[in-house]
Design a binder for this molecule. Structure first.
Ligand SMILES: Nc1ncnc2c1ncn2[C@@H]1O[C@H](COP(=O)(O)OP(=O)(O)O)[C@@H](O)[C@H]1O
Ligand SMILES: [Mg+2]
Length: 249
């Protein structure tokens, strides 16, 4: 059965195996529209594999997933225009300029020229990249590359955004700016699923799913998780349920 309108992402027993190895193991969860949902887990927990299935890039071995009302387990190609995806590697075209990258992604999503011009202006403005528009992407500092990657994922104004460790390698000030943009997007109704290994970033999420060995081992808001485990910090929650500390990724 299709999930109700208010649910942006729903998975039921979503599973992915590689040969006999179970990378994602019967994950069932719901994310509401406009929610920032964080996936937290140590390196190898299954976060990227989960996101790749939800974005239609990887076929589930078993189970079901609905994203923006589309059954991605059976129609993965239909979901691509409804979402923005920022992969762990910031897939940008290194030898294009900042503006050319936005034009390229606008083309991928079939934007018409007047819309594209309007979106480029707005995104260069929002991400403070106007002065950099003609710079070659490979010459940008990491913080700028990250903003350009996010801008590229937003060029077609998708109602859903998937961010896989978007703040890796950038400084704390740039991280705070980045999260302000994410919070603003969510306030405007965009649903965000994000993976992170920074515990302080967990606080920006409305709800979290903690993953261990391919399974979701805890779900809740940061406060709910702290209360349930009767601890003061997310680090302690994480130690309790995922068995490892801050350097998880
Ligand atoms: N294409 C693949 N082939 C084989 N194993 C894979 C593949 N992709 C991921 N895995 C394995 O699945 C597990 C989960 O990986 P991943 O989803 O990338 O974890 P995370 O993003 O949480 O670090 C890891 O053990 C990884 O080695
Ligand atoms: Mg990963």
């Amino acid at each position: 059965m299709t999930p109700p309108e208010t649910i942006a992402i729903e998975t039921r027993e979503l599973t992915r195996t590689f040969r006999r190895f179970i990378a994602v193991d019967s994950v069932s969860l719901q994310v509401r529209k406009g929610e920032i949902f964080g996936l937290l887990g140590a390196n190898g927990a299954g976060k990227t594999t989960t996101i790749r299935m939800l974005t239609g890039l990887l076929k589930p071995s078993r189970g079901e997933a609905w994203v923006a009302g589309i059954p991605v387990h059976s129609s993965p190609e239909k979901v691509k225009h409804r979402l923005g995806y920022m992969s762990q590697r910031f897939s940008l075209y290194e030898d294009l300029t900042v503006a050319e990258n936005l034009t390229f992604f606008g083309g991928v999503y079939g934007l018409r020229r007047p819309d594209l011009r309007r979106r480029k202006e707005a995104l260069l403005d929002l991400f403070d990249l106007k002065d950099m528009a003609d710079r070659i992407t490979s010459s940008l500092p990491t913080g700028h590359r990250q903003r350009l990657a996010l801008a590229s994922a937003l060029v077609h104004e998708p109602p859903l955004l998937f961010l896989d460790e978007p703040t890796g390698g950038i400084d704390p000030v740039a991280r705070r700016t980045f999260w302000r943009v994410i919070s603003d997007l969510a306030s405007a109704g965009v649903t965000v699923m994000v993976t992170t290994h920074y515990m302080d970033e967990a606080e920006y999420c409305h709800r979290l799913g903690i993953m261990r060995d391919g399974r979701i081992v805890a779900v809740g808001s940061p406060d709910e998780l702290r209360n349930t485990h009767q601890v003061a910090t997310m680090e302690e929650v994480f130690l309790n349920v995922a068995g490892t500390g801050e350097d998880a990724s």
